[in-house]
Design a protein around this ligand. Structure first.
Ligand SMILES: [Fe+2]
Length: 307
């Protein structure tokens, strides 16, 4: 197995223009569970072991504060810090004890295009997974990042953060790290440094369908899906959340190991008129395409990892 330094996406921290309304949505409709509250923040967990998978921070939206990556131990954290420091791609903090409700140790940095990342270990995670609940997300399984300079960001992920490429299509490059999911980060060839979407893993296809129904009942129509992607083979449904945050329910992402054969755009191209394997879904909505343009990373989200 490749010597991965990053284990997975742990959480995403975003700003919310109306904190209570956003927390209500992610708790009652998106179906996460409130784990911790601060006067200006709410932290929500899935059924997986991570302390929280979504942090909401009162502030001007749309804005993404940071993506937080999970690192297995202090040795790997230090190796990653050395690698990020040597790359000189952007500012970074020292390794520090984290002040947020999840505790832990880590550092923050900016990538070559100004995105804010944090890398953490030793977090106060839950002792075990919660029982699987139909239509309740388990974890954030991937983030999809639009790239104005796709080559620079892709090289950063492979050379500095030690991800590997899982597959490559005309629009998307799928990046793997230290778990068995086909991908944990996707780098989109969309000429912007905005967020493309955050994907929350559901237990199965039926849960994606039930979750999509619940979203529809609450006034959040499906913007793309339900369908099954090509690379990664996961089922999907996309929505616009509060502040027009692009979010995905997904399930059944392909589990891979080092024998997985990486393929390129010629292999993954769909026939004309199709945007998934099944051919049932309508194309992406105009609204979804607009969502890709609006969430940018904050200026200073790299400075305070863990909160
Ligand atoms: Fe996705």
């Amino acid at each position: 197995m490749a010597n991965y330094l990053v284990r997975a996406v742990r959480s995403v921290e975003i700003s919310a223009s109306n904190l209570d309304r956003a927390a209500g949505f992610y708790g009652n409709v998106w179906n996460l569970q409130l784990q911790a509250s601060e006067p200006d923040a709410r932290y929500l967990r899935g059924t997986g072991r991570y302390h929280h998978i979504l942090g909401l921070h009162a502030g001007p939206a749309p804005m993404i504060i940071r993506v937080v990556f999970d690192v297995a131990d202090r040795d790997k954290l230090q190796a990653l810090h050395r690698s990020v420091s040597a790359a000189k791609a952007g500012p970074l903090t020292p390794i520090v004890d984290l002040a947020g409700p999840a505790g832990g140790t880590g550092f923050g940095c900016k990538d070559p295009e100004g995105r804010n990342f944090a890398f953490v270990c030793g977090v106060m995670d839950h002792p075990g997974e919660n029982p699987t609940v139909k239509d309740r997300p388990i974890k954030v399984t991937h983030v999809n990042l639009n790239c104005a300079d796709h080559d620079a960001t892709s090289a950063y992920f492979t050379d500095v953060l030690h991800f590997t490429m899982a597959d490559d299509t005309d629009m998307l490059r799928f990046m793997r790290c230290g778990n068995t999911d086909h991908h944990s980060v996707v780098l989109a060839r969309v000429k912007s440094t905005t967020l493309n979407h955050i994907a929350f893993e559901m237990p199965d296809l039926n849960s994606v369908m039930r979750g999509a129904g619940r979203m529809k009942d609450n006034g959040y129509p499906i913007e793309w899906g339900v369908g099954r992607h090509g690379a990664g083979n996961n089922v999907f449904a996309y929505f616009a959340g509060p502040d027009e945050l692009p979010i995905e329910y997904t399930a059944e992402v392909e589990q891979v190991d080092e024998t997985y054969v990486v393929r390129g755009p010629d292999y993954w191209r769909f026939p004309p008129g199709r945007s998934d394997q099944w051919g049932v879904t309508e194309p992406r909505s105009a609204r979804l395409l607009r969502l890709w343009t609006i969430f940018r990373f904050s200026e200073d989200g790299w400075k305070v990892p863990g909160r």
